[in-house]
Design a protein around this ligand. Sequence first.
Ligand code: SF4
Ligand code: SF4
Length: 362
Amino acid sequence: MAISYIKNREKKIQKYRFLTQSFFALLCMWIGIEFYFYVDYLQSAGMTGLSSKPEGVEGFLPISALMSVYYFLQTGELHGAHPAGFFILLGILAMSFFVGKSFCSWLCPIGFISELIGDFGEKVMKKVFGRVPKIPLAVDYILRTLKYLLLFFFVYVIFFQMTQIALKSFLDSPYNLLADVKMFYFFAELTKTSIIVIAVLFGLSIFIRNFWCRYLCPYGALLGIISFFSPNRIKRDASACIDCKLCTKACPSRINVHKVNSVVSDECSSCMSCIDACPVKDTLQFRSTITKRKFSKFYAAGSLVMIYFIIIGLAMISGNWKSKTPDERLFLHMKNINSLSHPRSTADVDHLNKKAAETFRK
Ligand code: SF4
Ligand code: SF4
């Protein structure tokens, strides 16, 4: 193989991925700060704070969003409690369908933090052990099923256990209306147990790359399943491949890229590290299984970000982005927020709704 052929001078995309991840992480931090002032507004019944909710916070309510999607499928109506969460979920599903599971490695702030911790861990382990020890594949396979079990639990409860009435009752319940505030309190007032759980996950992520994403995140499991149906895949041109295995070495998801003609894996997050690492130009490329056309990693990256923003933009332009719950209703529910716990049954939901109705009457 001539040396000139081996040199691939194509620009790397990882720097752009890092910038995109950083932008979204900063955006989430900004949303968090704004939400802090919005919670103050609710607590003070409109006397202080920020009266407009940063709707992006609803992106952190995936279960409620999944219920809204199911409600929409059943009734054709968009539930008014957290419509932004509904559209954020749609955006994430759409981008992960067109460019397999790309949300995880391009936009997700948790994925970004996991990656940074993983990079740090690898550096430390290389210094200490001279190499990066990997978890045995058999154990890895078993652990990977955990996130599917969590996903199937949520899917079973929402899609197979809840009637349309139960679904609407939950979505209308004060617990759901203030789910974002409850989540804020959870992180603002971390209990000892929560701190221990977060510290353990943090520690494990140092030694096992992407521990949370790979083994426990049900969102990632859902996107992994969706990516199987993606019409666009990374293809390897076997005739050009020099079998250097650099792609496989670069893959954070332990996929044997150098052995396959097409990357079909629920663990592939479309990070494009393999394409960047390949020394032979155009050997690894995205290809549409429908049109059979190849397209560059830059085109794929631009498309996935655009798909997400188009969906969010359409929701905003069409006036469906903002919650329809009146502030007065939220002020009233805020008075009982500490007694609002996650309803475990339809009876719990009914009880919460009855209590809310009584508060209104008073
Ligand atoms: S196969 Fe390529 S795009 Fe997929 S996770 Fe591995 S390195 Fe990233
Ligand atoms: S596809 Fe993988 S093994 Fe083949 S040349 Fe590229 S990096 Fe090397």
